[in-house]
Design a protein around this ligand. Sequence first.
Ligand code: PAZ
Length: 323
Amino acid sequence: MALMYHSMDAVDETPSFQAKSFFDSAPVLKDADSISNKITQFIHQNSLPGSEGPRRVVCVTSGGTTVPLEQRCVRYIDNFSSGHRGATSTEYFLKSGYSVIFLYRRGTFQPYCRSLPDDPLLECFKLTNDSSIQVVESHAEAVKSAISGHHDAVSRGYLLKLPFITIFEYLQILRLIATSMKILGPNAMFYLAAAVSDFYVPWESMAVHKIQSASGPLDMRLAQAPKMLSVLRKEWAPTAFCVSFKLETDTGILLEKAATALKKYKMHVVVANELSTRKEVVILVTESGKVSVHRENDQSDVESPLIKLLVEKHSTYIMDVNA
Ligand code: PAZ
């Protein structure tokens, strides 16, 4: 099967018009009411003045969106993203006192579970002679810290995890989160690390059933995904602090593309990263300049200094808005 990747011919449409057409024609989001209730409740709880005042809330997006090729989906286009950046960053945000809405691609890395083996259930546990279950000694520390870290964050109401698979689910849930987070004003942050498809097949022009191969090679026209960053900044959550990511494989164009995104979508920060070095170094691009952030050593996470810097920038932003 050969897929041809085309963008649609240039049309003179604003991002909010494109967004409206996207949502009007998207398949209905399953469990929308329940997702919406969870988000509202989470934001409400975290905006109540506690002993430390209302908490800052960050929406971390993580992993890649799929693009279904058929409505009764058998085949889809996917991307490389493992969700490691989002899961790791979530841990550091929680450590910094933020509450996190973790919007993640189902099946990708999860906060506090990064040190677990690929098949945790089968590799971390064993049956004893009396048929009870025991943790394998070599994984005991990883299991303990996964359970305690995760349980602590969820039971205290600081972590809400929402899964997506397709680009339709991702953008619909992101809109629900963003419009609900509007009430948090500058205390809200978006940390958009998910790898979102630039092209997709609109639902109404998608084959209903499995595409047949009998008629030979497949030519397929993909529409350009709407520029939701613009809509998020202008309409959904205009006072939130917004951090987006720019990934390239060609370092020669990375910083220019990041600077363009910063300006075009009015982001507060764009984090630029290159595919093969993304766990070692990222570059923060802001209006006031560029800063390289490196991990300290092979055992440490680049997200540790990255989140520290972003928290500082967010604090300055909150002070400026409230001044
Ligand atoms: O998910 P991961 O840890 O494997 O990779 C992280 C990343 C490269 C997807 C992220 O840092 C990023 O750049 N996200 C935006 C990608 C984009 O330009 O659309």
